[in-house]
Ligand binder design. Structure first.
Ligand code: KG4
Ligand code: ZN
Length: 331
């Protein structure tokens, strides 16, 4: 089955064509206009999606060497995300479905991230514990089969990606902050300062990241400009370690508790180099198989949406043309 996927939930306009697990095209346009504001400006995002959606879809079809006649069905993100941004992709795909008479399916963006990992692996096995870490989400999900999700833990305040982005802002770095902190941390000393880790005894699988950002703010207020400059890499390394450590401990504990011998990560923060190497090592020590997504499918892209959509469409499930966008859609 050949699926055309579209993703416009935030600041990436993306279209992809897949044929089963094979990606024929995955075109992503990241909107750089937001960099100067230190975060995504929703109205600017919607307007950029409107401008980009047709050329990006055309480019994806061209790269896949197909026309709409060769596509069997469509998949599009319908939440969670920015409502104006979601509506652009959703309505565009509804138009394609109406014009071609082919089915379309609305996909949850987080489910897309899960299938972004599955896209890179032919042999995924269940049950599997997924750690989903992005700019808006930090969740532990137990999957017992395709399309079956059980949330076993989540953040009570900020997402871990938000902790990276807000931390980077406090440090005077750019946006998005995750890749910048990641890069600087590689040359820093992670024992320079011990930032707090919230372990939450009442639900050992929940997360909390608002305290970490505040701890950084308080710590920076005590430093001189010279100290901040000299120790920037050490601060990044210490902060990153405090952000990543609870993810490792809780993911491994969840796999043990729920008898899963498979562990996987998904979402933008899955591109983090410390998280990737540390979790791989912890899985090896515990004899768990570890599924690491390819970098290209970690951050927002339409191939992951198409791959999740394929699971529904191949089971004959489709969405009605009345489907709405849901900014706070849950998994
Ligand atoms: O999944 P994603 O592209 O968009 C959302 O759905 O949120 O994730 C974006 C998040 C941002 O917070 C960004 O800072 C973070 O992923 N991120 C990283 C890295 N690359 C992206 N965080 C830590 N280390 C990275 N290398
Ligand atoms: Zn995302």
């Amino acid at each position: 089955m050949k699926i055309l996927g579209v993703e416009t939930s935030c600041d990436e306009t993306s279209a992809a064509v897949i044929d089963g697990n094979q990606v024929l095209a995955n075109v992503i346009s990241s909107q750089e206009i937001h960099n100067q504001f230190g975060g995504v400006v929703p109205e600017l995002a919607s307007r950029a999606h409107i401008r980009l959606i047709i050329p990006i879809v055309e480019k994806a079809l061209e790269q896949a060497d197909l026309t709409l006649d060769g596509i069997d069905g469509f998949a599009v993100t319908y939440g969670p995300g920015l409502v104006g941004a979601l509506l652009v992709g959703l309505n565009f795909v509804k138009g394609l479905a109406l014009a071609t008479g082919k089915p379309f399916i609305g996909v949850n963006h987080m489910e897309g991230h899960i299938y972004g990992n599955i896209l890179s692996q032919e042999q995924i096995q269940f049950p599997i514990v997924f750690l989903i870490v992005s700019g808006g989400h930090t969740q532990l999900v137990l999957m017992e089969d395709h399309l079956k999700y059980r949330i076993i833990g989540q953040t009570r305040d900020d997402a871990v990606g938000e902790a990276f982005d807000k931390g980077a802002k406090l440090l005077g770095l750019g946006y998005p902050g995750g890749p910048l902190i990641d890069r600087l941390a590689r040359e820093g000393d992670d024992s320079y300062y011990r930032f707090p880790r919230a372990m939450l005894k009442d639900n050992p699988f929940d997360f909390s990241y608002s305290g970490l950002k505040t701890a950084l703010l308080v710590f920076l207020q005590k430093l001189s400009e010279k100290e901040k400059e000299e120790h920037l890499k050490d601060i990044c390394a210490s902060y990153q370690k405090a952000a990543v450590e609870p993810l490792i401990i809780k993911t491994i504990n969840a796999a043990k508790e729920f008898g899963a011998r498979q562990v996987a990560i998904a979402g933008g923060v899955a591109a983090n180099s410390l998280l990737r190497t540390w979790l791989k090592q912890a899985c090896d020590e515990n004899g768990f198989a570890f599924y690491l997504p390819e970098f290209a499918y970690c951050t927002d892209n339409a191939a992951m949406i198409a791959r999740a959509g394929l699971e529904y469409l191949r089971r004959g499930q489709k969405s009605p043309l009345t489907l709405n966008a849901y900014p706070a859609l849950k998994l």
